[in-house]
Design a protein around this ligand. Structure first.
Ligand code: DQA
Length: 148
């Protein structure tokens, strides 16, 4: 069995569905996990999910991914725009890193235009709602299993 793709979600994403649905959509995080599982299954990829509202816990998950994951998909939520700790942790990874956002931060408030994560990511997928995650799994599958 190949190593799983880690899918990490940051603060307030546990409230998806109820939180500003006009921006983030009506799907819950559980719905998004189902979408990811279905897409990952088509690529034969195991996935592992983790959501936390705590920056240090996300750092711990990133560190764990160093040995245990084949790729990492991360929606750092608000930490995208503030966290040097996540930036530094992500820089220690040798696996593909895909930054994901439901919305398109570049078209929103000016404080969302800066991503400390983008500088460390292989690529970023944003603005497609829950489909951003599905596209990220596709990308992770290509990057983690280049011969398939
Ligand atoms: C988000 C965008 C961030 O700016 C915001 O803080 C979030 C969600 C997104 O998925 O669109 O919490 O990462």
């Amino acid at each position: 069995m190949s190593k799983p793709v880690y899918i990490l979600n940051g603060p307030n994403l546990n409230l998806l569905g109820a939180r500003e649905p006009e921006i983030y959509g009506k799907q819950t995080l559980a719905d998004i996990e189902d979408i990811c599982r279905i897409e990952a299954d088509t690529h034969g990829l195991p996935v592992r999910f983790h959501q936390s509202n705590i920056e240090g816990e996300i750092v711990d998950q990133i560190q764990e991914a160093r040995d245990k994951a084949s790729a990492l998909i991360i929606n750092p939520a608000a930490y995208t725009h503030s966290s040097i700790a996540l930036h530094d942790a992500l820089k220690t990874l040798d696996i593909p890193v895909i930054e994901v956002h439901l919305s398109q931060p570049a078209t929103r408030e000016s404080f969302r235009r800066r991503s400390y994560v983008a500088e460390t990511a292989t690529g970023t997928i944003s603005g497609f709602g829950a489909d951003s995650y599905r596209l990220a799994i596709k990308a992770a599958s290509k990057l983690a299993q280049p011969d398939t």
